[in-house]
Design a protein. Structure first.
Length: 477
């Protein structure tokens, strides 16, 4: 009986775990770097930064990355500036899908079924077209010296087209600008010459200033060295005098300290002896007290051990024996009740089964007897018309049985010779009719009773059967 709740609890726990697993498989989560595009029975919706339940068969979802896309924008053809100079520009664009639901839906319509390379190819075509238009409005000097201005124009120009695709330009950086005619290289030569000239002048002035500073520093160093030597000699003299005074004071202090130390040592030795005697007396008293406490503690420990053993004996032996006796009695009583109930149940089942089978046999025999009596009474009421009716109504079954072999014939080819009834199909149907006419002879052969004798014993057509009262009166007379 205790196992039934455990089994039910295990089944319930398994069902709950199964439901949780199914719910976990249906629950889809979108991380901070992606969005889920859910479409199906409930329409199209965007799930970002949270989770949702996707019902199978009626809904589906696709992931759309919101991460930053970085790719090079480098047109293969030369770009022409406002001056007509052909330049090659290489830049890097950082683009991502906007975070609002409307832009995410727009981007999913444009790029959800495309591979990353296809998506970047479409965006790169748009960026290269705008870059070509912006370069055509600027000079080479503006492109080289003001790359931030070019990047700002690119972001502002591409914003509308990118927004139509649900994207935004995070950054646009020009990596390199070069040309085949060395226009950019020659553009910097005047500045290079000027800078080189200024550098040479500055170097000469720096060497002059360095020499002047070096001479001034040497003079000031010599003056400082002489002054330092004078101050060093004076300081050494004063230091030696101070050292002599300090040594004298040190010797005096040493003598005073030595006298004080010896006095303190003598006092300490005497006090130590006195204190040692006092401590020895206290130690002896404490040892006696400890010995007495240990004896008392040992007595208490022995008493506690005796009491523990008594309780252990009661708990392990007496209680266990009593529990075992009750358990055996309970099991014996339960077994006896089970055997009694099983014997009574088997006896009741056997008795009920026997009664049911006897009742069925009795009812079946009674019904068959009644049916035979009714059929016998019905046959006694038959006249020649009934006999003819039975013969004629059974005739189709006989003819069908005689013609059954013909059903196995796949095809019959009839050749007519024109000899009346013995030609064509008449021959086949005539043979079947002759076979059917032999049925009465077959009946007489099997039963041993001629048909004429059987019909003479049956009431003729129109002769009514005597009434039940008349039969009874005839029997009484």
């Amino acid at each position: 009986m205790l196992s039934d709740p455990l089994v039910m609890g295990g089944i319930l726990l398994a069902v709950l775990l199964f439901l949780f697993m199914m719910l976990a498989r249906l629950f889809r989560k979108a991380g901070p770097h992606e969005a889920l595009i859910v479409f199906g029975l409930r329409g199209t919706r965007v799930v970002k930064g949270k989770g949702t339940v996707i019902f199978p068969l009626v809904e589906n979802c696709r992931q759309l990355s919101l991460e930053l896309m970085s790719f090079d924008v480098a047109p293969k053809q030369d770009l022409y500036t406002r001056q007509g100079v052909a330049v090659t520009v290489e830049a890097v664009a950082q683009i991502k899908v906007k975070s609002d639901p409307e832009s995410i839906l727009t981007a999913s319509e444009q790029f959800l079924t495309k591979m990353p390379d296809e998506r970047e190819g479409l965006i790169r075509l748009v960026m290269e077209g705008h870059l070509r238009g912006i370069i055509g409005q600027l000079t080479v000097e503006e492109i080289v010296k003001q790359p931030e201005m070019v990047a700002d124009r690119m972001r502002s120009t591409c914003a509308e087209d990118m927004s139509k695709m649900g994207l935004e330009v995070i950054s646009f950086t020009i990596k390199e600008v070069r040309d085949k005619n060395e226009y950019i290289t020659n553009m910097g030569r005047p500045d290079i010459a000027r800078i080189k000239r200024d550098a040479d002048v500055a170097a000469a002035e720096a060497e002059r200033d360095t020499a002047i500073k070096r001479a001034e520093a040497s003079r000031e160093a010599a003056i400082a060295k002489a002054k330092a030597d004078q101050e060093r000699v004076l300081a050494e003299t004063l230091s030696q005098a101070k050292q002599a005074e300090a040594q004298r004071d040190l010797d005096v202090k040493k003598a005073e300290y030595l006298q004080i130390v010896k006095t303190q040592e003598a006092q300490a030795d005497k006090a130590y002896e006195i204190q040692t005697n006092v401590m020895q007396q206290k130690v002896r008293a404490e040892e006696v007290t400890i010995h007495q406490v240990e004896k008392e503690h040992e007595v208490k420990v022995m008493e506690a051990e005796i009491e523990r053993r008594d309780r252990e004996l009661m708990a392990t032996v007496m209680k266990q024996a009593e529990f075992e006796r009750k358990r055996i009695e309970t099991l014996a009583e339960a077994e006896r009740q089970r055997l009694i109930m099983e014997a009574e149940g088997r006896a009741s089942a056997i008795r009920a089964q026997g009664e049911a089978e006897a009742d069925i046999i009795f009812k079946k025999g009674e019904a068959e007897a009644k049916a035979m009596n009714i059929k016998a009474e019905a046959y006694q009421e038959f006249n020649q018309a009934a006999i003819f009716d039975k013969l004629i109504s059974g005739m189709p079954d006989v003819v069908r049985a005689l013609a059954a072999p013909l059903a196995n014939v796949d095809k019959i080819t009839v050749i007519s010779t024109g000899n009346g009834d013995s030609a064509g199909m008449n021959k086949i149907t005539g043979d079947i009719t002759k076979m059917a006419a032999q049925i009465p002879a077959l009946f007489e052969t099997l039963s041993g009773i001629p048909m004429s004798d059987l019909l003479s014993k049956v009431r003729t057509i129109g002769d009514k059967a005597p009434k039940p009262d008349a039969k009874a009166k005839g029997i009484g007379q």
